[in-house]
Design a protein around this ligand. Structure first.
Ligand SMILES: CC[C@@H]1C=C[C@H]2CCN(C(=O)[C@@H]3CC[C@H]4C=C[C@]5(CCCN5C(=O)[C@H](Cc5ccccc5Cl)NC(C)=O)C(=O)N43)[C@@H]2C(=O)N1CC(=O)O
Length: 113
């Protein structure tokens, strides 16, 4: 993140992507595991993105723009998902505290876009 990006939420989740060929969720990045997932707000142009880094080795496992009109689907209380032009992302949260704080920040970002 550059100096103009501020995190508006920081939670933990297992970051998944949907493998359309095999019709199954796979961990994003090289190994499964918990990541620190943040939403960064770029203060100069009011854009937002989701950035996730593995707790263990800081591998970036998600880095995607939050675009106006994004449909954030809370499929279960602890599994939330959304699509971009390339893939479908899933966040598997360890508990509802984390999932609720993330989705609150996501919805407020979407409101300001
Ligand atoms: C990590 C394991 C995971 C945990 C939790 C459950 C929750 C349900 N679930 C799913 O994968 C559900 C079941 C049906 C399947 C069919 C298709 C999928 C997969 C691809 C996206 N999708 C959409 O339904 C999207 C959603 C969407 C709506 C609106 C806006 C955005 C989006 Cl992304 N609908 C469109 C129209 O895109 C899908 O989520 N699916 C998860 C699941 O079973 N498991 C267990 C496992 O996999 O073993």
């Amino acid at each position: 993140a550059d100096t103009f990006e501020v995190p508006i939420v920081s939670t933990r989740a297992n970051v998944m992507v949907y493998d359309d060929v095999n019709k199954k969720w796979i961990p994003s990045g090289s190994t499964p595991g918990l990541s620190k997932v943040q939403i960064y707000q770029h203060t100069s142009n009011n854009t937002f993105r989701v950035v996730g880094r593995k707790m263990a080795d800081h591998e970036v496992v998600i880095n995607c723009a939050i675009l106006k009109g994004l449909k954030y689907n809370q499929a279960t209380p602890t599994f939330h998902q959304w699509r971009d032009s390339r893939q479908v992302y899933g966040l598997n949260f360890p508990n509802t505290d984390e999932s609720e704080s993330f989705s609150q920040a996501m919805f407020s970002a979407l409101e300001t876009l």
